[in-house]
Design a protein around this ligand. Structure first.
Ligand code: DMJ
Length: 670
């Protein structure tokens, strides 16, 4: 779809307008307080400690005034049950306690939960929220508490959290019993799904369960959890539009979209996130293929550099020229995908909104340049902070520390309340509401702390621990342990995790150079291995990644690979049109990912499939050199290396340039 001048230029003009807009009375405070010089290493350490104090102000406030209720009322110093009445904020805080090295509170919290929590309760709960906050919180703490290598093992721990997690997940299984496989939004933990339960759920609600349930399957050896959640993703993806876009709400019985606005924010956001992260954690290629297609479509139809809009999933007509605060996780996801340049621009645009108000409102109208009516609040969300952390990690550009400092100032001066931190009702007036979501402790302060700890010379489980960690959408630490991540494809890169001799040999034979740390079997021995890459900001001054691996490598479509086709009826005209669109997307990237073994199989299989045949023709036009032998392997390895934190370039002839050549130019993401 050809973009008009407006579509091409308006977003930039809007950004300029925001940046040059007059500040109101609130903004003056923040601008003055953030006008200092760049953050020095000493100041980074000071800020890290300040964030630690912020965590304890809120955590202790919760424990004193709200526990064992779900959440804190930070203004009145009370508590409330908001999810299931099971000490939600404590569960959501567990891995942050471990991250801070607070053995005493971590141990006593795990102990209390093991002794007191039960899920055989007559409570109807959100499947999504319960999964990401409670199931994820329990699993992540279990994997820390049960493992010597984390340095936070609890000697008396006897899998109590794990047993609770499994029990909780089994109680949610009835929600998946739908004709589409997409789960109901809510389930009663004692009685299953109520007859009156709504059949409409959000895409994020149905598609953001794979990490937690998948981990559980690998830890219990019961495949059911992984199966139902993967089935849900397939159920959603099979109903994508011809443009490879998904809508916001869907009927889980009929599979009809009841809200067809496609976007990267509200109601959809973490669907994208879990596609990539499920691949990164489990190595399951199917998620990668879906992610590639979904991401390419999002960048083609939703991205109005540097902003993102919402469009009708069938026609791509713009329906909402809005920034919504949930979109702000996207640049962080792009870092994981290796697509850094657009991430930098979008983050800058989103931060301009934060800078203007001191916080990001839930909605900001890009046409009127004002806060969207009815979307004026800032409920302590983490997304922009999360992206700041990832961009700093990828670029080590000290400007991201300045951004982080601005955010600390905003929270300290604008949101701090007597017993914790308060939601902001209206970002223009900074009036406070008596509520603190548990994700403030699980995510918001966690990413801030990680940002400044990284700048101070990191000494924490995530940066120096025994495993790669994938963050759940709730910020929980999900380790790529051998039990969870041991699959063939990952073995080439996470060499230390491979047990089979043949795989190890194959990895050695490869002409890809692997960072020594990745291959070091001592990574499993229990001692924390410190990165050999300098962590100070002098390592890389430049933020430009132009010319380097983008990480988005158009390759086989999900349909080609797995034979899952569209479920809705389509005309030939539409089919041709969409194929053309996809080719345009593919042409805009120079890289390809495909596994050797599966490529041959898929390409031959797909000759029987009309829809997919179109795509395979597109690929061969993009890559006349073909898809055989070493080239395929190089493309595939290039992509994996990028996702796993190395750098690589594959040109159109299939030649690969690897980490060893690029180390000086591009930092490791992990
Ligand atoms: C969190 O619960 C998760 O990050 C979720 O994916 C989106 N909403 C909140 C934070 O804003």
């Amino acid at each position: 779809m050809e973009k008009t001048w407006n579509q091409r230029c308006l977003p930039m003009l809007l950004l300029l307008a925001i940046l040059s807009a007059d500040t109101n009375h609130n903004n003056i405070i923040f601008l003055r307080q953030t006008a200092a010089d760049g953050v020095t290493p000493e100041e980074a350490t000071h800020l890290r400690d300040e964030v630690r104090e912020m965590f304890y102000h809120a955590f202790n406030g919760y424990m004193e005034h709200a526990f064992p209720l779900d959440e804190l009322k930070p203004l009145s110093c009370g508590g409330e049950d908001s999810l299931g009445g099971y000490a939600l904020t404590l569960i959501d805080s567990l891995d942050m306690l471990a991250l801070l090295g607070d053995r005493e509170r971590f141990t006593s919290s795990v102990d209390w939960i093991g002794k007191n929590l039960r899920f055989d309760i007559n409570k109807t709960v959100s499947v999504f929220e319960t999964t990401i906050r409670v199931l994820g919180g329990l699993l992540s703490a279990h994997l820390i508490a049960s493992d010597y290598a984390t340095g936070m093992r609890i000697p008396s721990y006897d899998n109590q959290l794990f047993d609770l997690a499994e029990d909780l997940a089994r109680r949610m299984l009835p929600a998946f019993d739908t004709p589409t496989g997409i789960p109901f939004g809510s389930v009663n933990l004692l009685y299953g799904v109520d007859e009156q339960e709504s059949r409409i759920t959000s895409t994020a609600g149905g598609g953001t369960l794979t990490l937690e349930f998948g981990m559980l399957s690998r830890l219990t050896n019961d495949p059911i959890f992984e199966q139902v959640t993967k089935n849900a993703v397939r159920g959603l993806w099979a109903r994508r539009s011809k443009l490879n876009l998904v809508g916001a709400h869907i009927n889980v019985f009929t599979g009809e979209w009841t809200q067809k606005d496609a976007g990267i924010g509200t109601s959809i956001d973490s669907f994208y996130e879990y596609l990539l992260k499920a691949y990164l954690l489990f190595g399951d290629e199917e998620y990668l293929f879906i992610f590639q297609e979904a991401y390419a479509a999002a960048m083609h139809y939703l991205y109005n550099d540097p902003w993102y809009v919402e469009v009708n999933m069938d026609s791509a007509a713009i329906v909402w020229p809005l920034f919504n605060s949930l979109q702000a996780f996207w640049p962080g996801l792009q870092v994981l995908a290796g697509d850094i340049d657009p991430a930098i621009r979008t983050h800058a645009a989103f931060f301009s909104v934060w800078k203007r108000y001191g916080f990001t409102p839930e909605g900001f109208n890009l046409a009127t340049l004002t806060v969207q009516q009815g979307q004026k609040s800032y409920p302590l969300r983490p997304e922009l902070i999360e992206s700041t952390y990832w961009l700093y990690k990828a670029t080590r550009d000290p400007r991201y520390l300045d951004v982080g400092r601005d955010m600390v100032v905003s929270l300290q001066y604008g949101a701090r309340c007597p017993c914790g931190y308060c939601h902001i009702v209206d970002v223009e007036f900074h009036n406070k509401e008596d509520h603190m979501e548990s994700f403030f402790l699980a995510e918001t302060v966690k990413y801030l702390w990680l940002l400044f700890d990284l700048a101070s010379g990191p000494d924490n489980l995530v940066e120096n621990g025994p495993y790669k960690y994938i963050f759940s959408t709730e910020g929980h630490l999900l380790p790529a342990t051998p039990q969870i991540s041991l699959i063939r494809e990952h073995c080439s890169y996470l060499g230390a995790y491979c047990k089979g001799g043949s795989i190890e040999q194959e990895s050695r034979k490869s002409d890809i150079s692997i960072h020594p740390q990745e291959n070091n079997a001592s990574a499993l021995s229990g001692s924390w291995v410190h990165s050999s890459y300098p962590s100070d900001s002098s390592f890389l001054k430049s933020t430009t990644t132009a010319g380097l691996m983008k990480g988005l490598c158009p390759g086989l479509t999900h349909g080609q690979k797995y034979g899952i086709s569209y479920l809705d009826a389509t005309s030939t005209v539409q089919e041709d049109h969409s194929t053309h669109q996809r080719e345009n997307v593919a042409d805009s990237h120079s890289l390809l990912v495909v596994s050797q073994q599966s490529a041959d199989k898929s390409l031959s299989n797909n000759r029987n499939n009309d829809h997919d045949r179109n795509d395979s023709q597109g690929i061969s036009r993009s890559h006349p050199a073909g898809f055989t032998g070493e080239k395929i392997r190089n493309y595939y390895q290039c992509f994996l290396m990028t996702l796993l934190g190395n750098s690589a370039i594959v040109d159109k002839t299939g030649s690969i340039t690897t980490t060893s050549d690029l180390t000086a130019l591009y930092p490791l993401v992990f």
